[in-house]
Design a protein around this ligand. Structure first.
Ligand SMILES: NC(=O)c1ccc[n+]([C@@H]2O[C@H](COP(=O)([O-])OP(=O)(O)OC[C@H]3O[C@@H](n4cnc5c(N)ncnc54)[C@H](O)[C@@H]3O)[C@@H](O)[C@H]2O)c1
Length: 337
């Protein structure tokens, strides 16, 4: 039986990945190493806590001793690294050190141990934000050849993690693959992120704060489409390669806010404009033709349907939200209303 070390598996995407992978691959053991920051939630995988092929370890990827112990104990055949500080606003508002620690030094610790013990594949889960920002209304999309131009502490720290990962491939031949995905949405996402945040605010008739003119564009992908792409990259992706993942679904924040309000039957007058985020990237759009061509991945989920299902999940699971809020406090203290 092969072992996969999943880091950050109690977060939004990692928990979906673990659930889907365990359901499909009974011949793999998954070890989830997670620090349980404010964004990590054991409840996201409550139904799998006693699963015979699943083991949770509380630990910090930025702590060399914890990481070494996990490698010694489990000798993973694969690593997929989701663990990260992931919210741009927090990187702007005083938590930059956490981003450097986890997204750079943590990645280094994982790579050092992977190189020492050897493995079949190391997947570094990264973001399209490392490419910087596109001009609004340009027809350009980010390809795997696009130059890195990160513009926030979050994206700069993720870019550094990617460079480190690639350097272990060039220097030692460690089988590393890096992925760049666009904005994910789905259930169990910590409600600082736009879709759950706006949904919860609209449900309670609170204004939806939109940065700047609201015309910034994001390219949305349903979380399970991302997870299937990562499964393919982990099992079939080529070492030393980079794969972009996106669903060709670009939408401005204001149009997304209107869709959320329409689904909830709330008035558009709840939209309120606030001072723009410093260095706010204007537009992201991903060209995912390489992963489609080389690994046979394709988009399965339709945006309008899954957006509605996602919103209905937050409406139907107030206990999940209440519990998270009790543990972590205000969801997005940085949006200045
Ligand atoms: N959410 C998106 O839209 C998106 C898009 C592209 C790429 N990504 C990348 O995907 C990954 C997962 O994103 P997410 O949205 O699920 O994030 P998240 O914030 O929901 O979860 C992050 C998880 O990592 C854990 N963690 C943080 N620091 C850690 C540390 N030092 N050691 C161990 N665990 C730690 C947290 O406890 C949490 O469980 C990240 O690497 C992110 O950069 C996210």
């Amino acid at each position: 039986m092969k072992t996969i070390l999943v880091t950050g598996g109690c977060g939004f995407i990692g928990s979906h990945f673990i659930r889907e992978f365990l359901k499909k691959h009974p011949d793999f053991k998954l070890v989830n190493l997670d620090k349980l920051t404010y964004a990590g939630n054991l409840d996201n995988l409550k139904d799998f806590s006693g699963h015979k092929n699943y083991k949770f370890i509380k630990g910090d990827i930025a702590d060399p001793k914890s990481v070494a112990k996990v490698f010694q104990s489990f000798r993973p055949d694969f690593v997929i690294n989701f663990a990260a500080e992931s919210h741009v606003d927090r990187s702007i508002h005083g938590f930059g050190g956490d981003f450097i620690n986890t997204n750079i030094y943590g990645v280094f610790n994982l790579l050092e141990n992977a190189n020492k013990f050897g493995l079949e594949k190391f997947v570094q889960v990264s973001t399209d934000e490392v490419y910087g920002s596109l001009d609004l209304n340009s027809s350009k999309k980010f390809t795997e050849e696009t130059r890195y131009q990160p513009r926030s502490i979050y994206s700069a720290s993720k870019a550094s993690g990617d460079f480190l990962a690639n350097s272990y491939f060039s220097t030692w031949g460690l089988p590393v693959t890096v992925t760049h995905c666009s904005n994910n949405y789905g259930t169990h996402q910590y409600p600082e992120k736009l879709i759950p945040y706006f949904t919860l605010r609209a449900m309670t008739n609170n204004p939806l704060p939109l940065y700047g003119d609201g015309k910034n564009v994001r390219d949305w992908i349903y979380v399970l489409d991302h997870c299937r792409a990562l499964e393919l990259v982990l099992l079939k992706g080529k070492a030393g390669e980079v794969y972009n993942i996106g669903a060709d679904n670009e939408l401005s924040n204001i149009d997304l806010a209107k869709k959320i309000l329409d689904i909830l039957g709330k008035p558009h007058s709840l939209i309120s404009f606030i001072k723009d985020r410093p260095g706010h990237d204007r537009c992201y759009a991903i060209d995912a033709s390489k992963i489609k061509r080389e690994l046979g991945w394709k988009v399965k989920y339709r945006f309008d349907q899954m957006l509605e299902e996602t919103i209905n999940w937050y409406v139907g699971n107030p206990e999940w939200t209440k519990k998270v809020q009790k543990k972590t406090g205000v969801f997005n203290p940085h949006m200045d209303l």
